[in-house]
Design a binder for this molecule. Sequence first.
Ligand code: JHZ
Length: 411
Amino acid sequence: MVKKIKACRICNKEALVQFLPLGRIPLPNGFIEHKNLKKIEARYPLNVALCTHCGLVQLLDIVDPEEMFHNYVYIPSTSKTRMNNFAEIASQARQRFAVTTDSLVIDIGSNDGSLLSFFKGHGIKTLGIDPAENLAKIAELKGIETVNDYVSARLARKLRKAKGGAKVITATNVVAHIKDLHDLLSAVEILLADDGVFICEFPYLLDLIQNNQFDTIYHEHLSYFSIKPLLNLLSQVELECIDIERTAIDGGSLRVFLAKKKNKRPLNSKIAAMQKAEFVYGLGSIETFNSFADRVRKIRTDLHTTLADLKSKGKTIAAYGAAAKGNILLNYCKIGNRLIDFIADSTPYKQGLYTPGTHIPIYPESEILGRMPDYILITAWNFAKEIKDKEKKYTAQGGKFIIPVPAVTIL
Ligand code: JHZ
């Protein structure tokens, strides 16, 4: 089921201007079993717009969350870079906000409990909230108590009564997945202790646009934040931004620290400077987004041409990382199993399956050296360094990597 959006989900104005129609694409985590390859796949519109009033970039079509999140194949523990980022968030939270063994830490969108394990390891009380039944079970097996549900103010009231207030609430790469942002922040207000802090991290729109990271745009990500819409949203609730950091994860993200307004913590001066930089770059103007869309179309042509040329010369090509973003890249650029022989991925739940829309088989990473393709397209480009470091033997034997963004490059 898909719902069309007319008004902005933050400011409620009918000021949405579409700038990048990516077409109808299967859900990016909808990997397929071999026996289902001949079945017709559901495709969903992927159109993105700018709210010319508050600046929130957002999808115009919303897929039913149950179709996307009930059973989820993505787990963060497949990347050292991501786990290091989680470790950093946990240690920052413990040191900066005086989290002790008496404190409660809640993670929204807790997946398999990976982030919370860095708190649990220090004897801190933890609670995960995640709608994916399969992942909540895995987290529980690791000893991370997990409520298998979508976060909401209603659920928050129940949990607050049962568990008390949280000193820290985290939400990494999950704010973009949630349709009702006001309800999310109400839930946070209810769950936070009066001196508590909400730490959320998500890809930063400025990095996404500057570096042509269009494949981060997919059905699961409903919102793409910059500072202006964030401040607009906060002006409507009882939370305020006490600090903000730019982090390198996922091609450039924002780590935002929110606290209850009644605490009267000083607003960080960084925020004004960042908002100014966004304005100077042109994030307030639709022309900026239209030229981004032109650059995206160029990447599509360049990538298809590069791979087709190599193939016509008899070269073999694989991809690395059956990431959700990779599936958007492959579908949008019309790169299927005629060009790419296989995708290497370390996620056990993805191996043996095929990519949605493009039907490329997913094999374990060991197949890289086993099959020695001439070229590897790094579809998980956000982890290019980690992948290149891991596959030094491949390059030593003459293998070459291709990076799709910010511009198609053969390394
Ligand atoms: P990765 C997911 O997006 C989904 P995806 C979600 N919607 C989100 O917002 C982001 O995460 C944060 C593999 N890999 O993290 C593992 C290797 O095989 O970029 C993953 O399948 N070997 C919640 O799917 C994929 O690549 C490696 O050495 O776009 C990376 O997926 C490394 C480093 C990764 O997220």
